[in-house]
Write a protein that binds this ligand. Structure first.
Ligand code: PGA
Length: 253
């Protein structure tokens, strides 16, 4: 089902399989319109099924990534690329090593940078030089973060070094042996870096996101719930599973 609610296009899928296909379809559409599209990629548990679908389409000869330009939203800091928890590693494992993306076109914040302030400046410069993104893929944290823009008293516009919120560390602990291993800091694109994207695709597929999605769409716009800023973007599509769309759809039933 497809809904237009406030400024959001909201697509709700009943099964995990349909959700993965629908999510990938928006990325495919972008690449078909322009094979040299600049696409912002997200990590985490959410987009994995969508990336699997992209790999399948590539293997079937239906997609060409050779001209695609990519920028990732964030990276833990400090972290080595070869650490299997780094987002560099995640992207290789879950997408890039399976498709014909040109490694020269891939941008991921450098978790190994010695001068992190300089790394942030350079990453934002690269985004700016590219003219920002055509399509930004986003997940959403249980605390309403987008990328690692954590709840705060202000919106941080550009790529920056940040301290992870307690809720983020708790949520990400499932990927580590223990919560003590979760990095406490990260580099992340800022709110302006994200909002500059021509289109935004927000993906969510877990019932635990229902409440925060409802606040994203209907709550007040506040840096305490960073995703709420998406109310100010003119082209946001959400692809949701039915369980996480419940909170939003309760408003129109
Ligand atoms: P998840 O993370 O996909 O692992 O739920 C999303 C996020 O924190 O943005």
């Amino acid at each position: 089902m497809e809904y237009k609610i406030r400024n959001f296009k909201i697509i709700v899928e009943e099964t995990a399989d349909a959700w993965g296909k629908q999510s990938a379809a928006w990325i495919v559409k972008q690449l078909h319109e322009n094979p040299a599209s600049k696409i912002g990629f997200a990590t985490g548990g959410t987009p994995v099924a969508a990336y699997k679908e992209l790999i399948e389409l590539y293997n079937e000869g239906k997609l060409d990534f050779s001209r695609m330009i990519t920028f990732n939203l964030d990276e833990y800091y400090p972290i080595r690329r070869d650490n299997n928890q780094s987002y560099y590693y995640f992207m290789q494992e879950n997408l890039f090593s399976h498709i014909n993306v040109n490694p020269d076109n891939v941008h991921i914040p450098n978790g190994e940078a010695t001068d992190i302030a300089e790394e942030c400046v350079q990453y934002e410069k690269q985004l700016e030089a590219a003219g920002y993104l055509d399509l930004q893929i986003l997940g959403i944290g249980p605390n309403g973060h987008i990328a690692f823009n954590e709840p705060d008293d202000h919106f941080e516009p550009n790529t920056h070094h940040t301290t992870l919120d307690k809720k983020t560390i708790e949520a990400n602990a499932r990927f580590f042996n223990s919560i003590d291993e979760v990095p406490t800091h990260a580099v992340t694109m800022g709110i302006q870096s994200i909002m500059a994207s021509k289109k935004i695709l927000l993906l969510a597929n877990s019932a635990s996101k229902s409440e925060v999605l409802e606040s994203t769409v209907f709550g007040k716009i506040t840096p305490q719930l960073p995703a709420s800023v998406l109310q100010l973007h003119h082209d946001v599509t959400m692809v949701l599973t039915a369980d996480c769309a419940d909170g939003i759809l309760a408003h129109i039933r």
